[in-house]
Design a protein around this ligand. Structure first.
Ligand code: CS2
Length: 380
């Protein structure tokens, strides 16, 4: 049996990568939790079986999932090193949230790779699946910065870092248990090599491309940026879910303004972007997916620089005042000051200390823009 190893056993992984690996019966998954060790016990008690509830606008489709065969707590470093040392493990996927790449992930990977090298277990592909640009090379750099020179050389020769765009809206399940609720739409685009082989993810619709960047930009700006707009500006109007916000004509106008502005900076043909926008509206409007704005509003200080600021910068460089990007930044500043969805962002502490001053906030968020007086004037 070939093994797919995973770190970050949350809902998104169980609705996305685990579902794709389920299409190839020659592979099984061992998954470590990121931050909630209890989930490993709960899954183990159920033999790692769970249902994926694929929630369409009018009905559910229940798909029993069997690809995961072992669930382990992320706190068990001995088990982590031991699994990383198995030659049968050919791929390692990660879903650990944006914030974790600056935090525990590089150290965890270095510990695992050092054990793998010592065991002579051979090459492996590392496949980050979080919403950060160039997630493969970003992870490679973070790992290289921590590895000693001998390990760094071994990594260069034996480890590939694959960049991916992942997409499937998977809200937190309000009912306790291991089942996962997700939307029918799913997309996975990967770019990179798999030196020890991989599951036939294309059997479930994954696409392998030479350059993932245009797709990643499309998704980060148009989907995630729009989510962030609704999370702050929509919640300030009193909405609590994505579906309720998109039913509001004011939010719809804001969404279209953001999409017009952001689309200028996505290097894909205009008709493709218009089709994607239309599909996003349908996905966001799914009345049976209870995707809370509070969930999306978490970790804004980590998400804005990825989803929104590149558009803002590109528009300023083109000499324009980016009203839609500014609306999102302004709504986030108001959120820091108590408006809309509750604040849940451990990395926002420095912002909170200076929340009264937009100039100070901008200095922390985008130091390169601090001297843009016209921009500052437009902030609350
Ligand atoms: C959302 C994403 O919570 C968030 O920040 O924008 O989790 C989004 O639902 C997924 O990226 C969809 O694929």
């Amino acid at each position: 049996m070939n093994h797919h190893l995973h770190l970050g056993l949350g809902n998104f992984f169980r609705a996305h990568q685990a579902w794709y690996t389920g299409a190839d019966p020659r592979w099984s998954i061992t998954a470590f939790t990121g931050r909630s060790p209890d989930l490993a016990d709960e899954l183990t008690r159920r033999d790692c079986r769970y249902n994926l509830v694929v929630r369409g606008p009018s009905e559910d489709r229940t798909e029993p999932q069997t690809a995961i065969t072992t669930a382990l707590p992320g706190t068990d470093l001995t088990a982590w090193r031991s699994w990383m040392s198995r030659p049968s493990v050919a791929v390692l996927t990660l879903t650990v949230t944006e914030a974790a790449y600056a935090d525990f992930v590089p150290a965890r990977l270095v510990a695992g790779l050092a054990a793998r090298r010592a065991a002579g277990a051979g090459s492996i592909a590392i496949i980050p699946c979080d919403n950060i640009p160039a997630n493969g090379s970003t992870t490679a750099q973070a790992v290289a910065a921590l590895a000693d020179p001998a390990l760094a050389t071994w990594i260069t020769d034996n480890v590939s870092f694959v960049s991916t765009m992942v997409d499937r809206i998977t809200p937190r399940n309000p009912t306790p248990g291991v089942d996962v609720i997700t939307e029918p739409f799913t997309e996975w685009i990967l770019s990179g090599t798999f030196p020890a082989g991989r599951p036939t993810w294309e059997a479930a619709g994954a696409r392998f491309v030479t350059d993932v960047r245009p797709h990643e930009t499309r998704k980060l700006f148009l989907l995630n940026g729009a989510h962030t707009l609704l999370a702050y500006a929509g919640s300030a109007l009193g909405h609590t879910t994505v579906a309720s916000a998109v039913a509001d004509p004011t939010c719809r106008t804001w969404l279209n303004e953001w999409w017009d502005e952001a689309s200028r900076h996505v290097p894909l043909p205009a008709p493709e972007l218009l089709t994607y926008r239309a599909a996003l509206l349908t996905r966001f409007a799914n009345p049976r997916i209870h995707h809370t704005l509070a969930q999306i509003a978490t970790d804004g200080s980590q998400k804005l620089p990825i989803r929104v600021l590149p558009v803002l910068r590109a528009e300023r460089s083109a000499g324009r005042m980016p009203t839609a990007a500014l609306r999102i930044v302004s709504a986030w500043i108001n959120h820091l000051r108590g408006a809309g969805a509750p604040l849940n962002d451990p990395a926002a502490a420095p912002y909170l200390q200076r929340a009264a001053s937009s100039r100070d906030i901008l200095t922390l968020l985008a130091p390169d823009l601090t001297h843009d007086e016209a921009l500052l004037k437009a902030l609350p």
